[in-house]
Design a protein around this ligand. Structure first.
Ligand SMILES: O=C(O)CCC(=O)c1ccccc1C(=O)O
Ligand SMILES: [Mg+2]
Length: 375
């Protein structure tokens, strides 16, 4: 397969409702879509980096730099790109910058599958025809507003309720959810690294609440302290930010730092590595689920495909388009097939088209790189 053109579009999509985590409040999603064209077929990938490095070290600007200066020029010179895994030598030449790599790799996976006429889920080894869907709920101004949002999500049929917590908005809100909705609602907390080992006694107050897991309570780049904390908690720890590769997953599992892994395609450098983490965790009997990064329908489509693999046994943060967007950029939009369930597309590639009008309405910048002319 020869890729003749790669395009990077920067989009700004306003969120229907501010989304607050322990590292701040988002009012809009500013992100990149990478598209790769070979002949009359185009594949699409999404960069999940935020405009500022508050989730990890990457940002929209670092992704742009790495793609434009280092990765795209090499990809456009490739003569032997027969499978997305053939990108590995190029990726090995760049340390880190996994969200940049994942955005390009996702476009190549979509392009590869469209050329083969197979679904991305099928190409990845997916076995499910539909996936159970969870929802991530940000920190709300009051416990009352949080309870209203939780109640609405339960009524919509979501199969897992994740609630963001931070010091000062943690035990009481989680207790209030249990008091209002009972102990059996599949409920978890995501701390986004807001706590330290000095908070063990506070975190222990979450143990009686029958949470499915506590996600990333400690530092974004830590594994060993999470092992110390897990020994003190009965609630399983799930790692998100700390896990960048199958080797990180192995280290976390071997020292008991996590009983669950949140796999995010962007964070781990793409679908190929995400599948390796899935396969390792399956062999170790560690359940995984697919995290979200407030993606557009393009990123969500990649997440739905990887979630079709068998060991994604916990509902992911793969809520449909209407969770965040007045108008998504895919055609059709991502929708529930039945309450709390999304059908895995059977069409070629990601299985969703592009709503060109909506896409163009959100675009704030475009750069195109062709095989004959690279930067
Ligand atoms: O995309 C979604 O619906 C979930 C989004 C989410 O929880 C999140 C959003 C921004 C940064 C980090 C996280 C996270 O899962 O930690
Ligand atoms: Mg998280």
């Amino acid at each position: 397969m020869i890729i003749e053109e790669i395009r990077i579009d920067r989009l700004e999509m306003p969120l229907k409702h501010p989304f607050e985590t322990s590292f701040g409040k988002l009012m809009a999603r500013d992100f990149l879509i990478v598209s790769a064209t070979s002949g009359d077929i185009t594949g699409y990938g999404e960069s999940t980096a935020f405009p500022l490095p508050f989730y990890n070290e990457e940002s929209t600007e670092t992704v742009l730099y790495i793609l434009k200066k280092l990765i795209i020029p090499q990809v456009l010179k490739m003569e032997n790109l027969e499978h997305p895994e053939d990108l590995d030598p190029i990726f090995q030449s760049v340390k880190g910058h996994r969200m940049a790599k994942a955005a390009l790799e996702g476009a190549v996976w979509d392009l590869y599958c469209k050329k083969k006429g197979i679904s991305l889920a099928n190409a990845l080894g997916g076995t499910k025809t539909e996936i159970d869907v969870g929802v991530s709920i940000g920190i709300e101004p009051t416990i009352g507003e949080l309870l209203d949002r939780v109640g609405s999500c339960i009524d919509q049929g979501y199969k897992k309720i994740k609630v963001k917590i931070k010091p000062g908005f943690d035990v009481k809100p989680m207790q209030a959810i249990r008091e209002r909705f009972g102990m059996d609602v599949p409920l978890m907390a995501d701390a986004n690294s807001a706590y330290t080992l000095q908070d063990i006694d506070l975190l222990k107050q979450l143990d009686p609440l029958n949470l499915m897991m506590i996600e990333q309570p400690l530092a974004y780049d830590d594994i060993i302290d999470h092992a110390t904390l897990q020994k003190e908690l009965s609630t399983p720890i799930c790692l998100d930010e700390s896990i960048h590769s199958v080797d990180d997953a192995r280290k976390a599992v071997e020292i008991g730092a996590a009983r669950v892994i949140n796999i995010k395609v962007g964070r781990v450098g793409g679908l190929t590595e995400a599948k390796k983490i899935h396969d390792y965790c399956q062999a170790m009997d560690i359940p995984v689920w697919c995290g979200g990064m407030l993606e557009s329908g393009i990123g969500r489509a990649h997440n739905i495909a990887i979630t079709s693999l068998a060991n994604f046994t916990i509902p992911g943060d793969t809520s449909p388009s209407d969770r965040y967007w007045e108008q998504d950029i895919t055609d059709p939009e991502i929708k529930f097939h039945k309450p709390g369930v999304i059908k895995v597309p059977e069409g070629p590639g990601i299985g969703y088209g592009i709503n060109e009008q909506a896409f163009n309405d959100y675009v704030v910048g475009t750069e195109t790189f062709s095989r004959t002319k690279t930067v």
